[in-house]
Design a protein. Structure first.
Ligand code: UTP
Length: 299
């Protein structure tokens, strides 16, 4: 029997420099995709997968994230007075029971591994999810549920994994394995951001993980790795040999909202899946292409 997954950690303390200037004064995780911010998708998936405790690792200038989980009294009252009950109900539906959302401050953005370590006292006993909200995964079954189901089979650590073109491996942690096929791949090594010719495979780690609590002791001792950051990938690599570590080729589509282009693509992809917007967006795209839409002057 594997332990149930009670906590999910959402590291949201990064500066999001690849999406500047949009992220100068709002957190990257508050960027909207269609009609809701990235954090909304990530937390909803975890809650629907049965996770009780939501831990946000925040930093300075991230107040908008905390407000998103709070009652907005003036807004609520205004919607009520104007009879906008549907909007009011939708906003209220997202609110979690008081005490379910915990905030931990990462005082300096020293890397994803460091952010996860900062959550060590907030996470309940047992395995926990880590989800980077800018890696949006959409499909029939959420990545949270898929990771939890995989973990029930394998125990240990499970990382979301995806095949990428070899030329792009340098953007990811890459999996070294003896058996690269199938949905659940046993991992014998992980290399952070390798050169294409040095990559052990083209199976890349996406920032959705299910980790055992042992990872905290490893992170406690860990030094900075690639890019001068304390890398979560290095800590997961250190788990190999102590506990099973698997890559899960998740089903669904991953939309990388950590870059401006990726975020734009995510909005288009999600709008095209949206019953209300699909036809209008398709029409707009077609029309824009035909008219060779004029470029806005540079700002
Ligand atoms: P990224 O690797 O995308 O880093 O972090 P970033 O700082 O947000 O963005 P760039 O690279 O400057 O464009 C992945 C996730 O981990 C969080 C980020 O907020 C994001 O959700 N993170 C990253 C932290 O919480 N702390 C860190 O020190 C680094």
């Amino acid at each position: 029997m594997t332990a149930s997954v009670k906590s999910a950690v959402f590291p949201v303390a990064g500066f999001g420099t690849r999406v500047l200037p949009a992220t100068k004064s709002i957190p990257k995780e508050m960027l909207p995709v269609v009609d809701r911010p990235l954090i909304h998708y990530a937390v909803t998936d975890a809650v629907e997968a049965g996770v009780e405790r939501i831990v946000l690792v925040t930093g300075r200038n991230k107040g908008a994230l905390e407000d998103y989980f709070d009652i907005a009294y003036e807004l609520d009252r205004s919607l009520e007075m104007r009879g906008k009950e549907e909007a009011r109900a939708a906003i209220r539906a997202f609110l979690l029971r008081p005490g379910r959302v915990l905030y931990v401050r990462q005082m300096e953005p020293l890397g994803l591994g460091h952010a996860v370590w900062c959550a060590r006292h907030a996470v309940a006993d047992g395995p926990f999810l880590v989800v980077s909200p800018d890696d949006l995964i959409v499909g029939e079954t959420s990545s949270a549920r898929q990771l939890i189901e995989a973990h029930a089979r394998t125990g240990g650590a499970v990382v979301a994994a995806m095949d990428v073109p070899r030329a792009e491996v340098g953007r990811y942690g890459v999996i070294d394995t003896d058996s690269p096929d199938g949905a659940l791949v046993p991992i014998r090594g992980l290399i952070e951001k390798p050169a294409p010719e040095a990559a052990p495979s083209t199976l890349a780690v996406i920032a959705h993980y299910l980790l055992p609590p042992d990872v905290f002791a490893i992170l406690e001792e860990q030094q900075a790795g690639a890019g001068g950051e304390i890398q979560l990938t290095d800590a997961i690599a250190a788990l190999i040999g102590r506990t099973p570590v698997h890559g899960l080729r998740f089903s669904g589509r991953r939309l990388d909202c950590g870059t401006t282009l990726g975020w734009l693509e995510a909005n288009i992809a999600m709008a095209l899946q949206h019953d209300e917007y699909r036809a209008a967006v398709l029409g707009f795209l077609k029309q824009s292409e035909e008219s060779g839409a004029k470029r806005a002057p540079p700002v």
